[in-house]
Design a protein around this ligand. Structure first.
Ligand SMILES: C[S@@+](CC[C@H](N)C(=O)[O-])C[C@H]1O[C@@H](n2cnc3c(N)ncnc32)[C@H](O)[C@@H]1O
Length: 219
């Protein structure tokens, strides 16, 4: 029951706001030098350690992060719960492949990808489902593969029942880096990078601290 609700609400909500969300966030990376540096470093680590690196971006939304990773020399597949987001991402970034899917049950073979990126998408996964999602990342990664997680830091859950003038039901769970690191550790990951970015008064999207973690599946 809970399982179903935690997928139905974000899927239908992102379906109705896909176009406006993309409009607002399309160019976000252009003005985010630290985020771009982190994505570049991550891409370089993945390329250095894995020939022909295949990468998954889970919760790829409008596809701009996946497209950025593609430009950094990785073969990227974006996966998103929302069919409208996937359609939009395919239209805007035909060079990247996008599919509808769920990060807790990935239609991806074991040990088949060199990297998994969850860029502000783990924030929609409620606490009880998180271990399963992190285990999925571990399952699909090759030995030595990397996971990159980006999220807002906090203890609360922001609930929106309206966005861009549409009725939605969206929960944004803030996460504590310690709790995510513990989850990664329990799953068997080795932590590689832990970064906390202070809130930015100039950015509406970054009013709370942002956490970035890179973890590796052992060889
Ligand atoms: C805040 S947006 C981030 C989009 C993109 N990563 C970016 O940074 O522009 C979160 C995305 O995660 C997707 N999502 C939420 N829960 C998901 C799940 N369980 N599996 C796959 N995608 C999910 C939503 O449909 C939405 O497109």
């Amino acid at each position: 029951m809970t399982e179903t609700v935690h997928l139905i609400a974000p899927r239908s909500s992102y379906d109705v706001i896909a176009e406006q969300y993309a409009e607002l966030f399309r160019a976000e990376l252009d003005d985010a030098p630290l985020d771009r540096a982190l994505l570049s470093g991550f891409a370089e680590m993945v390329r250095r350690d894995h020939p022909d690196p295949q990468l998954l971006e889970v919760g790829s939304g409008p596809g701009s992060v996946a497209a950025h990773l593609h430009q950094l020399g990785l073969t990227v597949r974006g996966i998103d719960l929302s069919p409208a987001m996937v359609e939009l991402a395919r239209r805007e970034h035909p060079e990247v492949s996008f599919d509808v899917g769920e990060m807790g049950a990935l239609d991806v073979a074991d040990a088949s990808v060199a990297g998994v990126v969850a860029w502000y998408s783990l924030i929609h996964v409620p606490v009880p489902q998180r271990p399963r999602v992190i285990s999925e990342f571990y399952r699909v990664l090759r030995p030595g593969g990397y996971a990159l997680l980006a999220f807002q830091i906090g203890d609360d859950t922001l609930h929106l029942d309206e966005a861009f003038g549409h009725e939605v039901s969206l929960d944004f769970h803030r996460l504590q880096p310690d709790a995510v690191v513990a989850l990664l550790d329990d799953t068997g990951f080795e932590l590689t990078v832990r970064l906390v970015k202070a809130p930015e008064s100039t950015s509406a999207a970054a009013k709370v601290p942002q956490g970035f973690l890179i973890a590796r599946k052992s060889w």
